[in-house]
Design a protein around this ligand. Structure first.
Ligand SMILES: CC(C)(COP(=O)(O)OP(=O)(O)OC[C@H]1O[C@@H](n2cnc3c(N)ncnc32)[C@H](O)[C@@H]1OP(=O)(O)O)[C@@H](O)C(=O)NCCC(=O)NCCS
Length: 184
């Protein structure tokens, strides 16, 4: 598990390169997280300035440095900038559990990109990070995210009523999904 956080783990898949997110990616992160359709089921309103993206990149850097999680930038091996992000948060070293989060620029939706990215980081989570359980909490109407998780083998565990307070969305219900190392 210690090696998982020594230096940032770059992961390559058939079409993708998953790498560290830098401050130079702020415009790309802003472009994605300022989209209404991306923020619709997110814990934040759509970004209105690049400074919010810079702040988020700083948080992702902090969680890696402090071994709380890993957020990868998703790029296409064929070239170009960041098209999305994905990764682990709330890594709990005692319980060997972490949450998973992700978002993708809408023009790349429904091409299997996130399935490919998450398959690789799930392997990393259960392998190098030694996780026993990976969980995802999703708004009940987020069909794309639910299909994605179900396709990856996640199990629906139940509804958490008014579980979190998400800014202008107020208190939101979340559905808890999990994937266990023993059941993947
Ligand atoms: C959720 C999200 C990352 C999915 O990424 P993606 O690359 O389009 O997903 P994939 O192409 O790998 O598709 C995975 C599965 O979901 C299905 N799916 C994807 N989008 C869908 C949609 N809008 N409606 C119905 N099914 C959908 C796909 O058909 C596929 O199922 P299949 O294998 O049975 O065909 C993307 O929609 C997104 O960025 N949404 C906004 C951010 C967000 O909601 N993040 C998650 C918060 S919990």
């Amino acid at each position: 598990m210690e090696t998982a956080f020594k230096s940032f783990p770059v992961i390559e898949t058939e079409r993708l390169s998953l790498r560290k997110i830098h401050t130079a990616d702020a415009r790309a992160v802003f472009a994605i997280l300022s989209e209404e359709v991306v923020a619709e089921f997110y814990d934040d309103d759509p970004y209105s300035s690049v400074s919010e993206a810079l702040e988020q990149i700083g948080i992702w850097e902090w969680i890696f440095t402090n071994r709380r999680g890993i957020r990868w930038g998703i790029t296409l091996k064929s070239g170009g900038g960041l098209i999305g992000t994905c990764g682990f948060y709330a890594f709990h070293r005692l319980h060997l559990r972490a949450g998973i989060g992700y978002e993708l620029a809408p023009i790349y939706w429904r091409q299997g990109v996130m399935t490919e990215a998450l398959s690789a980081i799930l392997d990393y989570g259960f392998g190098e990070m030694g996780l026993n359980r990976i969980e995802a909490s999703v708004m009940p109407g987020n069909i794309a995210s639910i299909r994605l998780l179900e396709g990856l083998g996640f199990t629906k565990e139940g509804l958490l009523s008014q579980y979190e307070h998400w800014g202008s969305k107020g208190f939101v219900d979340l559905v808890m999904y999990s994937l266990l190392n023993s059941k993947k």
